[in-house]
Design a protein around this ligand. Structure first.
Ligand code: PMP
Length: 452
């Protein structure tokens, strides 16, 4: 009997060679073959940005099944801040898998869940007494934050903002602003969700943060009435909506108004959280202490986990059994989160995000000097973006944005777009990326812009 040779185990993590290398066209033949299987097996609604199939990842590199090594400027949408298959995460997860995989925390508990709650209570802005509840996805945590705020206030209305993205479940679709692709045809949506205007410095004529907040508050008072409003929910920097950093003063003014009117102020830090913006949480940049803060993505090094953390009196208002779910706060995800959160601290990744901001901002501003199609360079930390426009009119140029992304993909750079108008290129590198690789990725971007 002959024994089939076993393939060597595929390993990612930081030991994966940190260089861009293309050995086939992108996507290569194996990826194309797998993509045909995907098309035959997976629902079309599950779209794919770049049909390259990954076999290993680490640092700033994704290696595909054709042997191509691509530079990662997406981190799986701001998830793998500590890097893919970060050794501390792999070790913690392996140990937890070997011990037990699941009990359902609301049946019989385990320390990991409690320890993650303790860490979040300690790390999130505000010195007040806090509680945390864990969930699986960002959208699920947002839903629960709204549930909690409604239960606490006894009110129903919720305000979200223009350009907001909060998820694809029914309530979060209602909170999300953009119809295509997130909402179109999927209604009816949850009631009692209202929309207020945002501060969007590049597009609102230099309106100050205070003035933009006054505009939003006026809409809220006239159209809803503070007495009916349970919560305001806002991303401190909008993610999918276009990496919009509101003018200074906008968030503090909104929070002051919410506090004065007993409205729960919810910060959706699903994309901005965990060192990404050069602070542990983006709320910190303007001294905001949200009543509730929603986290996910960067919390657990790639495992599905999310949380709502906030004032104990608000969090504790819901009755036992009102919050939870079979998998919420899964022990493996909690083990990953503890290792991940420790890595942000021990590897000084908040500082690293600031360094990456300097690197990206410098290069992007230099590109903008010679290319008036780059209307705006913005963002914080390792959450930077460029907004592409028609230089003659300032109108959004989504077609150009698509061409630049496609050219970058073909050259081995995973680059994501976003924005209500589809004209923003966003940069979300793993914080574990090296300067060399980040600069090389920015060279690919420069060439992609030049060719588009
Ligand atoms: N809120 C924000 C700000 C997000 O960026 C996202 C995901 N892009 C979500 C909520 C939804 O998170 P999930 O995809 O994990 O449900």
């Amino acid at each position: 009997m002959t024994i089939a040779p076993t393939a060597p185990p595929v390993t990612g993590g930081p030991s994966l060679p940190q260089r861009r290398e293309l050995v086939t066209e992108i996507p290569g033949p194996r990826s194309r073959e797998l993509h045909a299987r995907k098309t035959a097996a997976v629902a079309d609604g599950v779209g794919v940005t770049l049909p390259v199939y990954v076999e290993a990842a680490g640092g700033g590199i994704l290696r595909d099944i054709d042997g191509n090594s691509l530079i990662d400027f997406g981190s799986g949408i701001a998830v793998t801040g500590v890097g893919n298959s970060a050794p501390a995460v792999v070790e913690a997860v392996s140990a937890q898998v070997a011990a037990f995989t699941h009990t359902c925390f609301t049946i019989t508990g385990y320390e990991g869940y409690v320890a993650v709650a303790e860490k979040l209570n300690e790390l999130t802005p505000g010195d007040f007494d806090k509680r945390t509840a864990l969930f699986n996805s960002g959208a699920e945590a947002v839903e629960n934050a709204v549930k909690i705020a409604r239960h606490h206030t006894g009110r129903q209305a919720v305000v979200a903002f223009d350009h907001a993205y909060h998820g694809r479940t029914n309530l979060t679709m209602a909170l999300t602003a953009k119809a295509m692709p997130y909402k179109s045809g999927f209604g009816p949506f949850a009631p009692e969700v209202y929309r207020a205007p945002l501060s969007y410095p590049f597009r609102d004529g230099g309106l100050s943060g205070e003035a933009a907040a006054a505009r939003a508050i006026s809409v809220i008072e006239k159209q809803i009435g503070a007495a009916n409003l349970a919560a305001i929910i806002i991303e401190p920097i909008q993610g999918e909506g276009g990496f919009i950093v509101p003018a200074e003063g906008f968030l503090p003014a909104l929070q002051r108004w919410a506090r004065a009117n007993d409205v729960v102020f919810i910060a959706d830090e699903v994309q901005t959280g965990f060192a990404r913006t050069g602070a542990f949480f983006a709320s910190e940049h303007e001294g905001i202490e949200p009543d509730l803060i929603v986290t996910a993505k960067g919390i657990a090094g790639g495992l599905p986990l999310s949380a709502v953390t906030g004032r104990a009196d608000i969090m504790n208002s819901a009755h036992a059994g009102g919050l939870g779910g079979t998998y919420t706060g899964n022990p493996i995800a909690c083990a990953a989160a503890l290792a991940t959160i420790e890595s942000y601290r021990s590897e000084n990744l908040v500082e690293r995000a600031r360094e990456l901001e300097t690197l990206f901002r410098g290069r992007l501003n230099a590109l903008r000097v010679n290319d008036r199609r780059i209307g705006d360079v913005r963002g914080r930390g390792a959450m930077m973006a460029i907004e592409l426009v028609d230089p003659a009119t300032g109108e959004p140029d989504a077609a150009l944005t698509g061409r630049v992304a496609a050219a970058a993909h073909a050259a081995g750079l995973v680059l994501l777009t976003c924005g209500t108008y589809g004209n923003v290129i966003r940069f979300l590198p793993p914080l574990a990326i090296s300067d060399e690789l980040a600069l090389e990725g920015l060279d690919v971007l420069r060439d992609a812009l030049a060719a588009s």
